[in-house]
Design a protein around this ligand. Sequence first.
Ligand code: FAD
Length: 559
Amino acid sequence: MKDQKKRILIVGGVAGGASCAARLRRLCEHCEIVLFDKGQHVSFANCGLPYFVGKVIKDEKKLLVATPELFEHRFNICVHTEHEVLKIDRDAKTISVQNLLDGSIRDEAYDALVLSTGSKAIRPPLVGIDLPGIYVLRTIPDSLKLRAAAKNAKRAVIIGAGFIGLEMAENLANLGIAVTMIEMAHQVMPPLDAEMAVYVEQSLKNNNVELKLGKAVESFTEHETGLKVHYSDGGILETDIVLLAIGVQPESSLARKANLNLGERGGIQVNETMQTNDSAIWAVGDVVEVKDLVTGQAISLPLAGPANRQGRIAAGSVLKYLNNDDRKILKFRGVQGTAVCQVFGQTIAITGANEKTLQKNGINNYQAIYLHPGNHVGYYPGAKPIHMKLIFTQDDGRILGVQAIGTSGVARRVDVISMAMQMGGTVYDLEESELCYAPQFGAAKDPVNMAGMIAGNNLRADLPLADWHSLQDHECFVLDVRSANEFSGEEIPGAVNIPIEELRDRYTELPKDTEIMVVCGVGQRAYYAVRMLLQYGYQVKMLPGGMQTYQVIKEIKKG
Ligand code: FAD
C-alpha cells in the first residue's frame, strides 16, 4: 500500500509512454497514472503507417493498438489526448498542460514524471517547404492526408532514402504512382555500407523507382499542375506530391526549457534506468540519447523496440524512487541498431556498426567478409541468396556488425547474430551456433555458421582474405577459378583463369614471388583454391564474396 496516492504523469502516449504506463499499472495497483498526448491517438502503430498509405492495411482502426478507453477500463490509467504539455516546473513538480480542444491551460502536479515525447521530422528551412503537397509521415492524421493526396497523384518525389523513404517508395509505387527518390548521400539506406546498398538500389530501379543520389533539394515552387522540386546542379522535377523523409530529431523542447541535460544531438541524457539529471523525471524512446554498444558513443536511435523496453525499465525505476525500496529493477544496456525493412520483396536487416561508422570512430582493427549463401539448401525448390557482410575484430573475432539483404530468411540470421553480439559473442560462436535446420528452412551449415566459419578460418590463418579496395588501389595477380564459360561471361580485368578442377595440375603456372588473389562466383571454389595453393607454398588470398561482390564494388566505383 506504500504506492498509494503517488501521482505519475506521462507525456507522450505511444511506444515508450504507453508501455511505461501499462507496466506501471502492472507493478503498482495503487498509484495514480495520468497520460497526456497532444495528438488524437495514443498507442498507435506508427510503423504500420506506410502500409496504411499503401492500402496494405485497409482499416484505420487496425492502427490503434490500444485506445484511451482501453487504458481507462483495463488499466485504470487516465488518458488525455489532444492535451499538449507546455512546460515543466521542476521546483513545484508541476507541468502546465493545454487542452487543445478548448485552449484552456491548467497545472498538474506530479510525484514522478516520464517524458516520451518521441522525435519530430526534420524540415529544413528551404524556400517553399510549407507549400501544399509537401507531406511528412509521423501520425495517423499525416497518413490520412497522404492517402487522400495519393488517390489523385500520378507522380511522387520522396526526399530521403532511409527506412521510411524506402517503405513509402514501395507503397506509392504499388499504388501506380511514378516515384522518384532524391538522396543527398551517394547511396540509399545510410545504415548499409555503399556496396551493400547497391542491392537495394538495383531492386528500386527494377521496380521503376528513379533514383537521384548525391543530390540535395534546394527549394520547392508551385506550377499549374503541381509542384516543382529544385535540386542540386539545376535539376528540376515536376511532381504531384512530395514526401519529406530526411530523418528525425529528438522532440526534446520541453526538456530543454526545463534545463534537463541534453546531449550534442539534442537527445535527453539518462542513466541506465532512464532517469534524467532530475531524480523525479525519466525519459524514454526517441527523445533520449543512448549508448552505442559497438562504438561507445552517445547516439539517437529512433526505433520502436528500444522505446518499448525503455518504457518498461523506467516504470520499475519510477516505483523504486517513489517507494525508496529495494525492488530489483531492469537496466537498459545500450543499443547496437538492430533494424529491418522490406522494399519490393527484399528484406534488409542490420545490426551493429557498418564500416563507415567504424572508420568515423577511429576503429580500424576490423576485417569485413562477404558471403552469398542460400536462404536454404539449393536442392529444395525456391532457394534464394542472402547477401551478407560480417564485420569483426581482427584480434579476438568479436562481432562488430552484420548487414544482410535477400528475399527470405534474412531477419532470422541477423537476429541470431544480433543476440550473439549482445552476449559479447565472437565469430567462433557463430561457427558453433546450433540452429534450426530442415531443407525448407536452412542448411546444415546455416548462413550464420558459414559467416562464422569464413571469419574463423581467416582468424586462424587458414583463409587469408584480400581487401577489395587493395584490388583497386594497386595491380595484383588475380586468379579466377571458375569455369572457362563463367569466366568468358565477366572477368576482373587482367585476371588469369584456371578452373578449380584443373588447378591441381596447373598450379605451377602461377608466380611464386607475387601475392595471388583468388576469385570465383561467390567464394566457395576460391576457398578450395586458397587452401590448395597455401599448401604448395604460394602467397595467396581470397577475394571474399567472389564475382557477386565484385559486381557491386564495380557499381559503386562507377558512381
Ligand atoms: P512516439 O511514438 O513518436 O510518441 C511520441 C508522442 O509524444 C507523440 O504521440 C506526440 O504527439 C507526443 N508528444 C510530443 N510532445 C508532446 C507534448 N509536449 N505534449 C503532449 N504530447 C506530446 N521503428 C521500428 O523499430 N520499426 C519500424 O518498422 C518503424 N517504422 C516506422 C514508420 C514510421 C512511418 C514512423 C513515423 C516511425 C517508425 N518507427 C519504426 C519508429 C518508431 O515508431 C519510434 O521509434 C517509436 O514510436 C518511438 O516511440 P516514442 O514513444 O519515443 O515516440
